[in-house]
Design a protein around this ligand. Sequence first.
Ligand code: UN1
Length: 504
Amino acid sequence: MQEKPIPSSYHNTTWHCDKKHSIISTNPSTKEALGEFGLCSEKDYLNMIKHAKKSQITWRNIPAPKRGEMIRKIGEKFRQHKDNLAKIITLEVGKITQEALGEVQEVIDMAEFAVGQSRMLYGNTISSERKEHRLYEQWHPYGVCGIITAFNFPMAVWAWNAFLALITGNTIIWKPSLKTPLCAVTIQKICNEVISEMNYPEVISLLLSNDEMTQKFIKNRDIDIISFTGSCQVGQQVATQVHSRFGKCILELGGNNAIIVDKNANLDLAIPAIVFGAVGTAGQRCTTTRRVFIHKSQLKTICTQLIDAYKQVSIGDPAHPDTLMGPLIDDNAVKQFKKTISRIQQQGGRILTGGKPHTLGKNYVQPTLVAASAAMKITQEENFAPICYLIPYENIQEAIDWQNNVNQGLSSALFTDSLQTAEYFLSANGSDCGIANINIGTSGAEIGGAFGGEKHTGGGREAGSDAWKSYMRRQTVTINWGEDLPLSQGITFNIQSIKKKSRS
Ligand code: UN1
């Protein structure tokens, strides 16, 4: 344990924190304290926003590829310290080593993507209907971008947002989950080193704030964009507050992701995809597979194979190389797990395997498979635990309807060897999710594509493709380089006297 709390430091600033305003980070696997972290004081909060605003004026005048150079250096540090950074994720979140390494790799990939993107902030040139006119669009930064992230991806989701917000000329203030302050302070330290090496002002800041201050942050008009990752319920409140002040919002909220296993699916692909999707990160990804719709002809085989595969999932110390599932994040998550299981049983769900806290104690639970029906109300909810519903279906339309018939719309997958069924699933009549996969599972998206989903998932897109546009304001520009003033839509508005006067 620290003698004094570690301040939630940001670049070059004196900190004002004390033990009264601090949080303790706990290792979910051992329940041991990892350290005590100071929460931001009111004075620091106000200072931070002032500095972020002021630094943005300098930052927006630095050419985008030069801004990219800073991200390149940050990415290099992640590459250099990959193993240790992964260890920190494992310590604080309980993610198994392989997945923690994958998360750091996601940060490195995102940095490389952003460096390239910094040279490609393209605007369109559009054909003007008027003679001697040029019509085009260009993109400018918004200002300060607030990034609010969840515990389950304590580094990667920051990177998706931070790197794009920074190359596009915004400064950032990051409010991480208070469950993962060690990851956050570590990242800030890496960024501080690069920022001082390059002699830049405070373009990257960290805000470890309690709920009251976070509320103020969301409502603050100086924060031009808020990118929020978290539950649908909190996301809705954030969106309402940000929109009521006409701020910009990027939302990446809950998922209730499904895999459909068609009658002619290749089970050698489907079974491991379901297990990784449902058990990976102990069911705490927003892309976790929560429902599996199985063609009734395959039900028995798939249930048997899944139950067998679940028995082979080694549960325990997430740092051990053989472990496939670590603990849940905290006591509350275990409580929620137990509550969900008893509600499942009340609604007629049958536990096929798991269903109990694990004998290892602490925050460990058993990965759980439930024989369920689409009529069970609970299958409509996102449970953030390794609980997966197996639901039989008769025809593909029924399975797609059930898949879509939830509030969330993040990730979806179909396992099939039928081209027709695959294309139907991908057509406008098929999946209504932001992510639709064929013969791969719901989780583990690459950073190159835009990540996000529809409906109560919030509609935001982050990471790859043209997600950078969400961090910039579009400006449509028309330049008249001729001697006349033709109006658009062919309107004539002749004021002869003015015309003559100005020519004479
Ligand atoms: C999340 O859980 O918030 O596709 C993000 C995936 C990861 C990201 C998950 N690349 O599962």
